[in-house]
Design a protein around this ligand. Sequence first.
Ligand code: SAM
Length: 295
Amino acid sequence: MGKSSKDKRDSYYRLAKEQGWRARSAFKLLQLNSQFNLLSNATRVVDLCAAPGSWSQVLSRTLPPTSTIVALDLQPMTPLPGVITLQADITHPSTLPLLLSHLGNQPADLVISDGAPDVTGLHDLDEYIQSQLLLAALNLATCVLVPGGGFVAKVFRGRDVAIVFAQLRCLFDRVTCAKPRSSRGSSIEAFVVCEGYRPPQGFQPSLEAPLGLGTSFPEEEGVGQDGMDVVRYIAPFIACGDLSAYDSDATNQLPDVDEDGQKRSSIDPIQPPTAPPYKTALEMRRQLGGGGVLR
Ligand SMILES: C[S@@+](CC[C@H](N)C(=O)[O-])C[C@H]1O[C@@H](n2cnc3c(N)ncnc32)[C@H](O)[C@@H]1O
């Protein structure tokens, strides 16, 4: 599919390039923020699974200049002003000390994670891997969040998502499932927005005994002793962003001129991938003289 056909098909992709965002995901965080006011009091924010960096761009454009923003991804990230970028795996135990050292061992107000696996198309497997990423992000969040802090993460709304919501409710005052307008309606993607970090009394966050490996919380109203494993919680569902804005599933032809009256033309992505998985294949093809068939 050519660049211009994607431009026509996906207005958020095109608008992202026009507005200087590295990815169309920027609109998801902007729409979540307009609904939940996530960034108004935050000055120390961790962006997990951050490459290519559009959420970090939103943070650096929105937060006060003295804020601490730490962004982390498996992939290398092209630097961004005001953002500490780290290459690390959120599922690896060495990532927590790395993160804490860049936070100056001070707690964070907000942890956001847009982590996504390379989807296989096998829905159960994709949902499982996605939930493991969410769990890894949550384990890191419990170790760095200030009481009262927030956590936002991508979630796939699969069959057992109510168990994930129940686990999150053990740790936060409010848990909402939010679907920004820019997230395709046809996709099971949504975002869990957790406000008011409030770990149960006696809970010791630790990657030595991470959540999800049999951790049980003290009995609490509405949670139950085995709440980590069995209780389901139906989180309120909120569609957010301007609901009259572009439908991300529709093929939209943007007006020929932009808001400033400038004629629209197809433009290159703001930040091409630094280390895409297909890089080796491209190099091999180049060595074969450009048109070779790779075997
Ligand atoms: C949808 S992209 C994130 C887009 C980003 N929020 C933005 O606005 O540019 C998902 C990212 O998750 C990262 N990821 C997946 N598994 C990871 C892991 N175990 N540790 C760190 N990052 C991971 C991928 O490398 C990918 O860059």
